[in-house]
Ligand binder design. Structure first.
Ligand SMILES: Cc1cc2nc3c(=O)[nH]c(=O)nc-3n(C[C@H](O)[C@H](O)[C@H](O)COP(=O)(O)OP(=O)(O)OC[C@H]3O[C@@H](n4cnc5c(N)ncnc54)[C@H](O)[C@@H]3O)c2cc1C
Length: 455
């Protein structure tokens, strides 16, 4: 290996970018950031025609840009830090986004309104988890990640369009570096893996090859719900995004609301030829609708160990029937009939994802998921009248592949010394703030080792 770096970071999403930033702040030099997708200018040129998940900024670049300033939302970092450390990390990450231009305004600060909603939710067997949110908007997110790109250039070596094929073990039991897909080997003392959801299947294969222990996270499968914005106005005004959790009576499964997008748009997500749904909202472009995901969390038990394949299979069924994404009116679903363009046209909610094919989600979702979703909509309707309307639109399917979780130490070090794993791909986070925080935590662990080694 002719090339040698102190630290190699794989993946330039928020986790990888914040790891790079923190290493430079701590004075650690010799950092190389490798990203398989295009750099930001190329990504901007391709726009939505390119990958939504790969490239500078990762999935973060085209995310809805809601920074959840809570230790309870957006990941599992509480497994690796004390509550005090996690609170400090969340504040630290937020401050960093602020220094590159995140807006000052916060949503969810009206504690009295939020407490009122929490009381209401509890009355209907639901738990509302409060959070403060800073909303960058999809366009703001891209802009901030661009500023971070400029900030790092010249300080950290960045190579986009450079997929990493494998981690090279070092002599002894440590890490040696990485091998690129073109066969080039690059040596490093430390490697941080931050491949996000785009690279979660790759990371699963690498974990198996390197004999790293993994546990199975729940797989989240559900639908995206779209209603007139006025229906959710009280909640979105008070909280911007409400995390509401409900346990169904029928199966005792956990169903939760996720990624609420006030006045937003439902979007199609391309997972390498597999189409699922998601949502986002622009800071300045408003629609008449609000959308959110309803996700059923299911942890599979032995002997089944392939939740990613299971989720992909269900998404593929929707693609098979609908071409890509299916949309159905709740009234049609309840009547046991498919939606047609005519029925959607007669509905009171105009779909924001026009390319979705009217169809029948009951032919796609397993009974248990469908029953859970319908029960949750009924429960939610008591808190938010209008959600369970015949006109409500359901898009399918929405799947969250967070299923791999690597066994990690407190500083996010894997069982291989000097090999770290952070962000969504490692099952550590599920959102921008905790993904960024995980990068900071791993970088701080490395900086402490480097200083401890006196070099
Ligand atoms: C449509 C959408 C909306 C969202 N909205 C929000 C929101 O409002 N708020 C929120 O908190 N979160 C949101 N999220 C989630 C958020 O974007 C992610 O939690 C966050 O981006 C995860 O950061 P990450 O760095 O772990 O991974 P990612 O952002 O996924 O980045 C990983 C990077 O690694 C690269 N990579 C993968 N494998 C390799 C390899 N082998 N070699 C080199 N590079 C590789 C990928 O190309 C990618 O660029 C949203 C996500 C989506 C898709």
């Amino acid at each position: 290996m002719t090339e040698r770096y102190r630290v190699i970071i794989v993946g330039a999403g928020p986790a990888g970018i914040f790891a790079a930033l923190e290493l430079t702040r701590a004075g650690v030099d010799g950092v190389l950031l490798l990203e398989k997708g295009p750099d930001l200018p190329e990504r901007q040129r391709l726009g939505r025609g390119g990958s939504m998940l790969a490239g500078w900024g990762g999935a973060g670049a085209y995310s809805d840009g809601k920074l959840a300033l809570s230790t309870e939302i957006g990941g599992f970092m509480d497994r690796y830090c004390t509550p005090g450390q996690l609170t400090e990390l969340v504040e630290y990450v937020d401050q960093t986004y602020r220094t590159v231009g995140a807006p000052a305004g916060l949503h969810g600060s009206d504690t009295e309104a939020v407490a009122h909603l929490q009381r209401q939710a509890a009355r209907f067997d639901m738990k509302l988890i409060p959070s403060r949110y800073r909303h960058l908007g999809t366009e703001g997110c891209e802009e901030l990640l661009g500023k971070l790109r400029a900030h790092l250039s010249g300080v950290v070596a960045v190579r986009c369009g450079t997929p990493v094929a494998e981690v090279i073990p070092g002599s002894g039991n440590g890490v040696g570096g990485v091998r690129l897909e073109d066969g080039t080997a690059i040596a490093a003392e430390y490697v941080i893996l931050a491949p996000g959801r785009e690279g979660s299947a790759w990371l699963a294969r690498e974990a198996e090859r390197l004999a790293l222990h993994t546990t199975i996270n729940p797989v989240d499968i559900g639908v995206r719900v779209e209603v007139p914005a006025s229906v959710l106005e009280e909640i979105t005004r008070a909280t911007y995004e409400a995390k509401i959790i409900y346990y169904t009576r029928r199966f005792e499964d956990m169903v939760r609301t996720f990624c609420m997008c006030p006045h937003g748009e439902v979007i199609r997500e391309d997972l390498g030829g597999l189409y699922t749904v998601n949502g986002h909202s622009y800071a300045h472009r408003k629609t008449a609708n609000t959308n959110f995901a309803l996700l059923v969390s299911k942890t599979f038990t032995e002997p089944f160990r392939e939740p990613i394949a299971y989720g992909q299979h269900i998404a593929r069924l929707a693609n098979m029937l609908g071409g890509e994404v299916i949309v159905q009116r709740l009234g049609d679903l309840r009547q046991g009939r498919r939606s047609t363009p005519g029925r959607i046209g007669r509905g009171l909610v105009e779909p924001t994802l026009r390319e979705a094919t009217p169809g029948d989600l009951s032919l796609v979702l397993p009974y248990r998921y469908l029953a859970d979703i319908l029960e949750m909509l009924e429960a939610l309707d008591r808190l938010v009248p209008g959600v369970n309307s015949v006109h409500t639109l359901l898009y399918g399917v929405e799947v969250k592949f967070y299923s791999l979780q690597l066994q990690l130490g407190p500083g996010l070090e894997t069982e291989i010394p000097h090999l770290f794993a952070v962000g969504d791909g490692a099952g550590v986070s599920r959102g921008l703030v905790q993904a960024s925080a995980s990068g900071v935590l791993a970088a701080r662990s490395i900086a402490a080792c480097v200083k401890g080694a006196g070099s």
